[in-house]
Design a protein around this ligand. Structure first.
Ligand SMILES: [Zn+2]
Length: 320
């Protein structure tokens, strides 16, 4: 099949009269200033497919369980309790099937790639699978099966709060030491070697509340150069706790303590002061916005106008 488009976004610029030759399901050649030829599919405008920068695919199967108000006290934290109960029932087969369905839905919606922020690693109760990367392998297979470009982001989640509280209940499936986490990353990386070029591995220290300062530094040092995704400032409660414990608000702390650059994506950078907004924009990091979650949970409104005015880069995630 060949496609002729009157205009197309190529790289960072518009081109006119663009002709694409498709061979074996892939774009084989792109020519601009071309002429349409007999049999071409003619369209007006072509854009590159979007990347969905933040997904926890297993949560797709709990959609509808939480999107209503049963009592006045519903919040992010009550949503999270239900999510923990839900994932107690998920087997590796469930994880694979849900991921494959979700990745197909994403492609039907126009996404060609996904950042899968993957934090369910272990069996219910916290026992590791025989292969500690078992559930990562299910995600990787789902990507291979459906053809989506995968940035796999194994999550480092070690504590139940900023004071290094032990994990409990549903959180036990997430927990890893830095060493165990490194094993999952390297096993995942090996399993991804055979996948197409739009596949890559990164790391996701879950949040400042789920990693200690020293674990975070160690994980970053051991995976230098990889994409880094992190939940940052979704809830005012966590912003206040981080400020109290670490002497700086979450975005301020990360920008001050880590070498944040274009490889970083800060998810839910919802609560930022003006100076944090300007500094994040200047760092080159991507602000990962998840508008459906942030609206559903009443998180707050990202300071988009100021961020863009400072030249900040942002992307969109589907999240749950
Ligand atoms: Zn998330």
């Amino acid at each position: 099949m060949n496609i002729f488009s009157r205009r197309a976004r190529l790289g960072n610029a518009w081109a006119v009269n663009v002709r694409l030759r498709i061979a074996q399901g892939k774009i084989a050649t792109i020519a601009s200033a071309a002429e349409p030829q007999a049999g071409d599919v003619v369209v007006d405008t072509l854009l590159p497919a979007l990347a969905n920068l933040h997904s926890h695919s297993f949560q797709r199967a709990m959609a509808g369980m939480t999107e209503y108000r049963a009592q006045d006290r519903e919040s992010f934290w009550t949503w999270r309790t239900l999510m923990y109960r839900f994932l107690d029932h998920l087997s590796p087969d469930h994880i694979a099937a849900i991921a494959a369905l979700t990745f197909m839905e994403m492609q039907k919606a126009g996404y060609a790639a996904v950042g899968e922020f993957h934090y369910v690693h272990h069996q219910p109760g916290g026992q590791a699978y025989d292969n500690p990367a078992e559930l990562s392998l299910q995600i990787i297979q789902a990507a291979a099966l459906t053809g989506i470009g995968l940035t796999h982001l194994p999550v480092l989640y070690t504590y139940g709060g900023l004071q290094a509280q032990p994990l409990a209940g549903g959180q036990l499936r997430f927990g890893n030491s830095v060493d165990a986490f490194c094993d999952i990353v390297s096993l995942s990386e090996k399993a991804m070697a055979a996948l197409p070029a739009d596949t890559c591995i990164g790391i996701a220290p879950h949040s400042l509340r789920a990693t200690s300062e020293s674990d975070l530094r160690q994980a970053l040092d051991l995976h230098a150069g990889m994409p880094v995704h992190m939940h940052i400032a979704e809830q005012t409660k966590e912003v206040e706790e981080v400020a109290a414990m670490r002497g700086a608000r979450p975005v301020e702390w990360v920008l001050g303590q880590c070498e944040v650059n274009e490889q970083w994506c800060l998810i839910h950078a919802t609560h930022m002061t003006e100076s944090e907004t300007a500094a994040l924009a200047k760092s080159g990091a991507v602000a990962g916005l998840c508008p459906i979650t942030e609206a559903n949970l009443g998180d707050g409104i990202f300071n988009g106008a100021s961020y863009v005015a400072h030249g900040g880069t942002f992307g969109i995630g589907s999240d749950s």
